[in-house]
Design a protein around this ligand. Sequence first.
Ligand SMILES: [Zn+2]
Length: 268
Amino acid sequence: MPDGLLEPLVPIANPDKATLNNPVAETPQILRASLGETARARVSDVQQFQSLWRDPELKAVWDSVEQRIKDSNGQIVQPSGKWDRDYDVLLKELAEAEKSQTDERQREEEEAERAKVQSGEGGWQKVLEQYGQRNVPGVRVAEEQDGMSLAVALIRAGAVFLVKGVSESGGPISTWEVSSKTEGRALTKLEIAILDCLANRPRKWDLAFLLDMISSYGDIKHTPCAKCNRLTDNGAQLPTLRRLSQNQPSAATEPRIYSFDALHSGCA
Ligand SMILES: [Zn+2]
């Protein structure tokens, strides 16, 4: 628009741009007349554009565009004619949704298992009996007098742990707590590290899981780290962390035996 309005002035300011259609105005009157004419022509251009915009033929197009915006919840069709989507973000959202579904399923499965174990015949004594039948080398388990606790000795590591069942208001045992049964001396670094890892375990209601986890320390002085394959790390520490191995028997296996990978704390 502004360029168009000033068109008659162009050849005056820049004689090289003078053409037959746009010559240098010979008199001020001619210049004024052509400026007026140019202005009228530009206004008519605008009017023409406006009437085209509101033309019934175009109205159908606008209606269709508005309908599509409404259909897509206010997302505007991209000029490319394609939906401009960030597929990395979409993929991440899908993966997160799937993970939370898996987590939810695992929670439900564990809940069902817990209910089965707690209502099952024999209760935790049956778990203890099945564990005893396996004769796990280097581990001795004995029931304590109170009928709610076990002493678990790791012969080769020279450590004895007290595993105590905790129940709420007379119900089934909901948690198994582990402490050291060692008396008369301070705990070794190794004992502290093992107790720390046991305290952070999942499935705290599950005695079978706990006994297998404690058993995985049975030969700790000869069990290399699953990651670096070394026995001691640079700080001369043994691999005291335990992580559930990838391949676990299904929940239907009876008795279910858990296996663990040994890891240095720096290799986790
Ligand atoms: Zn390691």
